[in-house]
Design a protein around this ligand. Structure first.
Ligand code: Q9C
Ligand code: ZN
Length: 342
């Protein structure tokens, strides 16, 4: 399958993140995408293509214009204030605060839109963020043109970014932007299967009230794991979207046996929905060696995962999300794709 990749991802290099009360080196780093690309080339997965450019409208179909403006221009303001390091908030929006007033002040805008201290903006972050969305959009366009599968090697990842909030190493929701593009080009129904270790809270928020996107999420239970505040089993969707959100939370320590049972449940729901297109939010932080995660999948399980997804027989776009065991990330991600190809 074609691999969509831009070297511009390396323009986002997080200076660090808050982890258990300490500022530590970022887990989400440029080597991740480079190693996945190297592995894709080594196994001859397919031609590597550069992304096309898309109008900003393809992004603001999903995201609040004020948030996009902060991502584009926030760091320049931060720099003018003489700040060192990446731009991120020190105070956060929560219950009781005014949701209807977007502050003009930079600190206020960061507090309004950003929900954690792991997602800093740097001088060149926007170029990487935009390129990642374009990598997703180019993959979506390939599917619209009749490709049976494509791999969008997105970085930074996207599934924690909601319509008007960002965090969890994610700025723009690449998978959601791709899904909307496919719908805007005439598809009637899109399913998103999110296999990242963490719950895709942003994707859920974006499509929660809609029935034209089915979202199935397999992830570590928020009772134990980030993002803590969303991703429980009793979140079925609302309004027209009721019945079109399926969360399959699993406890720390989950192995392939339990994880693959959830995949089976999720795949059956996708098949029942009979979408025109399947998008896979492909995180491989379910790997047993992942430094921030607590599931127990090994290399060969990623191959099995790809094989099961292929059995759905749907045009499928894979969009890269998380995975932080950098040395093994290429093997794990590409195993899903070669498993899919059979
Ligand atoms: N103790 C994705 O996988 N917090 N994002 C980690 C580590 C944030 C993960 C803290 C995890 C975000 C796309
Ligand atoms: Zn993750």
């Amino acid at each position: 399958m074609d691999v969509i990749y831009s070297p511009d991802h390396a323009l986002h290099q997080s200076p660090g993140e808050l982890n258990s009360g300490e500022f530590v080196a970022a887990f989400e780093k440029p080597e991740r995408a480079q190693i996945i690309l190297d592995r894709a080339l080594a196994v001859g997965l397919g031609p590597v293509l550069a992304p096309e450019r898309f109008p900003l409208d393809a992004i603001t179909r999903i995201h609040d214009a004020g948030m996009v403006d902060l991502l584009r221009h926030g760091f320049a303001e931060w720099e003018k204030l003489g700040r060192k390091g990446g731009a991120f908030p020190f105070t956060f929006f929560t219950r009781g605060f005014r949701a209807d007033r977007v502050p003009q002040n930079l600190e206020g805008r960061l507090a309004h839109y950003c929900f954690d201290a792991g997602t800093p903006l740097t001088a060149t972050s926007w170029q990487a963020i935009e390129s990642s969305a374009h990598v997703a959009l180019t993959g979506a366009a390939a599917i619209v043109s009749g490709a049976s599968s494509v791999f969008s090697l997105c970085r930074p990842p996207g599934h924690h970014a909601g319509s008007d909030h960002y965090g969890g190493y994610c700025f723009l929701n690449n998978a959601a932007i791709a899904a909307q593009h496919v719908l805007d080009q005439g598809a009637k129904r899109v399913a998103i299967l999110d296999v990242d270790y963490h719950h895709g809270n942003g994707t859920q928020q974006i499509f929660y009230q809609r029935d034209d996107v089915l979202l199935v999420n397999i992830h570590a239970t928020p009772e134990q794991e980030y993002p803590y505040l969303l991703g429980f089993a009793d979140e079925p969707g609302a309004g027209a979207g009721e019945g079109f959100n399926l969360n399959l939370p699993l406890p720390w320590g989950t192995d392939w046996e339990a994880w693959s049972a959830a995949l089976e449940t999720g795949c059956r729901r996708v098949a029942e929905y009979a979408p025109d297109v399947l998008l896979v939010s492909l995180g491989v932080d379910t790997y047993l060696g992942d430094p921030i995660s607590q599931f127990k999948l090994d290399h060969e399980h990623f191959t099995r995962m790809g094989e099961r997804i292929a059995k759905l027989g749907l045009p499928t776009q894979f969009v890269m999300e998380g995975g932080y065991a950098v040395a093994e990330i290429g093997i794990n991600a590409v195993n899903v794709l070669t498993g899919f190809e059979g």
